[in-house]
Structures are given as structure tokens and as C-alpha cells.
Design a protein around this ligand. Structure first.
Ligand code: RIB
Length: 299
């Protein structure tokens, strides 16, 4: 089963700091690295590493060679990535001790998607295949509408959250990936149980995957709700861990695995990712995830 992941590609300028800078404060960083990232690209790489057949759709700027190279290296089909004049998307990321981060995004080419190009990419896919989306590119409402009318199944990670996402036709989405913060922004509730109840009521056709950090991750659909506990790891850099989770979950699901198994594989992949630096650079190979699952199975 093929997956079109239409999403962002960013150059991540990652600064290592003692603590995330406060308003008006200047801090020195102990290191700067430039990684390939963007929620879209990270999720495509996670899908490919997990074993899925993934095509990335999106835009880069004139500085986009490393992003295309990252696709090629990891087995992501890049035929639906267009290069335009100007800059690619980018992110300034501060990572503090303990792995927590703070991100400033520059949209660049990610905000230059046109319906004609989206149509061309979507036309390559057949009914029943998947479209994965995040919220770092323009035109989400169009993509959801068009993909739905073409009979594609849609997975959405509405991150970073903006109120506009509510107008995008979430009821057409088959699978919704959220973290706690996005769950609260979408439902105005703080308790995961309440979030799930509201989402399942508002969007009865949509399966919900809610990640809860140290408390694990929940799958909820059709009256079925279950939790996969989080793995204990020493976090070095949490950037891209959610994207790793999403890619591994969707790959497992399209491979016919049970939602419970999908959660276990995704949680194991994310646990490895947080123990490494960078976004796409931290995404583990499938063999590493399998080894972790074999060495320490979920109880
Ligand atoms: O989810 C992590 C990603 O968010 C980073 O790679 C950065 O580019 C931002 O898009």
C-alpha cells in the first residue's frame, strides 16, 4: 500500500543551550548543527525506515539539495517534490539539557503549494491508498477535500496547531495524530479521557491516536480505547520524536498490524529517537526498533 506524505521540508538550525532563552535574554549556545527536518520530511523518513512505500510531496527552495538528498538516502520517493526560487522552509531550534526544545519556523517554500501541483501528485494514487498531512504547508483544506473525493484515506497530524485547522474538514480524516497540547487546543479539555470522548463524538469516523509523553499513547476508535505505556529513556533531544511515532504507527497500520501493535512499534521508535540528536537524523532503522521490542517487550 502506497502513502503520499504531502508536507514540509525544513533545514533545522539546532542550537544547544543550557536553558531555553527567555524574553529579553541572550544566551550562548554550546553547539550549532544543521539537520534536515520539517514535520513532513521527518515523517516520510520514519515511514521509509519502518518499511512503508512512501512518496513525499512538497516544495523546496534553491537551498533544498540536502533535503532531497535526505529523501534519496532513506528511500523516500521524491518525484513530487518541486524546487522553486527562494528559500526552503527552516527552523531555529533550541535544545536544552534534558532534551526539551523550542522552535521558531520560517515557512519559505512550504507555503507555496499550488492546487495544480497537489492535483498532479494526488492523481498518481488510487482509491484506498493513504495521504498523510501535517500543518506546516499551505492548502490543507484543499488537499483534504480533493483526496477525500478521490477516495484516499487521510491521516492528519494537525501540528503545529492553528484554529484554522478546524475548518479543514476533520470529519473526512480516517486517522488523527495528536499530542496532549493539540488535544487540549482542539477540544478545550485538559483530561485525556475528556479529549477522547469529545473527539470520538465529533468525528465518529476518525480513529484518534493521542500521545501523552511520559504517560504513553492512547488509541481510540469505534468504542475501543487502549493505552500503550511509555518507555523510560534518557532524553537528549525530543525534536522529531512525535514525527517518528507518526511514521512508524502509520507504516505498521498500512502493513495490516493491529492498532495495539502499531502503538508498541511507534512508541519504541520514538523512545530511540529521543535518545539521539536531531530530527530526521534521530529516526531509528526498523532493525533497531525490532531489537528493542524483542529485548524489552511491552508488558
Ligand atoms: O517536529 C519537529 C520538526 O518541527 C523539526 O524538524 C522542525 O523543522 C519543525 O518543523
Amino acid at each position: 500500500m502506497r502513502i503520499l506524505n504531502y508536507g514540509s521540508l525544513n533545514l533545522d538550525y539546532t542550537y544547544h543551550v543550557q536553558h531555553i532563552v527567555a524574553p529579553g535574554e541572550t544566551v550562548a549556545s554550546s553547539g550549532l548543527e544543521v539537520f534536515c527536518g520539517g514535520k513532513g520530511l521527518n515523517q516520510s523518513i520514519a515511514l521509509a525506515k519502518a518499511g512503508a512505500s512512501v512518496f513525499h510531496g512538497g516544495m523546496t527552495g534553491e537551498d533544498g539539495d540536502p533535503l532531497l538528498e535526505a529523501c534519496r538516502r532513506s528511500g523516500v520517493d521524491s518525484r513530487f517534490i518541486r524546487r522553486i526560487e527562494g528559500r526552503s522552509g527552516s527552523a531555529v531550534i533550541q535544545v536544552e539539557r534534558g532534551g526539551q526544545n523550542s522552535i521558531v519556523l520560517y515557512g519559505g517554500a512550504n507555503q507555496a503549494n499550488k492546487p495544480e501541483f497537489v492535483d498532479e501528485a494526488l492523481a498518481f494514487f488510487e482509491e484506498g491508498e493513504w495521504l498523510l498531512l501535517q500543518n506546516e504547508v499551505n492548502g490543507l483544506d484543499y488537499m483534504i477535500e480533493k483526496a477525500h473525493s478521490n477516495g484516499l484515506k487521510i491521516a492528519l497530524n494537525p501540528s503545529p496547531f492553528q484554529e484554522d485547522i478546524l475548518k479543514c474538514g476533520i470529519e473526512k480524516v480516517s486517522l488523527l495524530f495528536l499530542n496532549e497540547v493539540e488535544g487540549e487546543q482542539l477540544t478545550k479539555k485538559t483530561e485525556p479521557e475528556q479529549m477522547i470522548k469529545i473527539l470520538n463524538r465529533e468525528y465518529p469516523e476518525t480513529a484518534v491516536v493521542l500521545t501523552l509523553g511520559g504517560a504513553g499513547a492512547v488509541y481510540a476508535a469505534g468504542g475501543e480505547v487502549f493505552l500503550c505505556p511509555a518507555r523510560k529513556v534518557e532524553a537528549l533531544d525530543t525534536t522529531g520524536a512525535g514525527d517518528t511515532f507518526t511514521g512508524y504507527f502509520l507504516s505498521a497500520l498500512t502493513d495490516g498490524k493491529t492498532p495495539r501493535r502499531c502503538l508498541e512499534e511507534a512508541a519504541a521508535a520514538a523512545a530511540i529517537a529521543v535518545s539521539r540528536l536531531g530530527a530526521s537524523a534521530s529516526i531509528p532503522e526498523r532493525s533497531e526498533v525490532e531489537k528493542l521490542l524483542n529485548d524489552s517487550p511491552v508488558r
